[in-house]
Design a protein around this ligand. Sequence first.
Ligand SMILES: N=c1c2ncn([C@@H]3O[C@H](COP(=O)(O)OP(=O)(O)OP(=O)(O)O)[C@@H](O)[C@H]3O)c2ncn1[C@@H]1O[C@H](COP(=O)(O)O)[C@@H](O)[C@H]1O
Length: 96
Amino acid sequence: MLSDEVIREVYEILESRRDSPIDSYTSNIMKDSDKKAEDKILEKIAEECGETLIASKNDENLVYESVDLIFHTLLLLVYKGISYDEILEEFQRRRK
Ligand SMILES: N=c1c2ncn([C@@H]3O[C@H](COP(=O)(O)OP(=O)(O)OP(=O)(O)O)[C@@H](O)[C@H]3O)c2ncn1[C@@H]1O[C@H](COP(=O)(O)O)[C@@H](O)[C@H]1O
């Protein structure tokens, strides 16, 4: 069975792209340029929301587009300094 540990691994890579930037997609989007980093990330999330909605309605590429959306949401949380454990704690808190 696949492990969800990959999500934590990706999260840790994003934290390192934030703290020790290199020339890469995620480091560059988390850097202010002509546009503020936060605005760039929020625009991506809005775009990926739209693509997920279309994928669902068309029954096409839903997993691919949903992962793009989840990925950019995680990127926002990394950018805002939220730890991965805070996300897990919130899921745990809601668990009935
Ligand atoms: N999981 C991802 C990931 N998912 C999506 N993306 C990027 O997010 C962007 C999505 O934008 P678009 O949807 O516009 O791009 P697209 O898929 O070409 O376009 P569409 O066909 O969807 O319209 C693309 O550039 C993707 O490459 C990702 N970029 C990086 N990661 C992970 O983040 C880590 C760090 O990435 P780097 O900063 O590139 O090293 C990597 O090791 C990966 O594990």
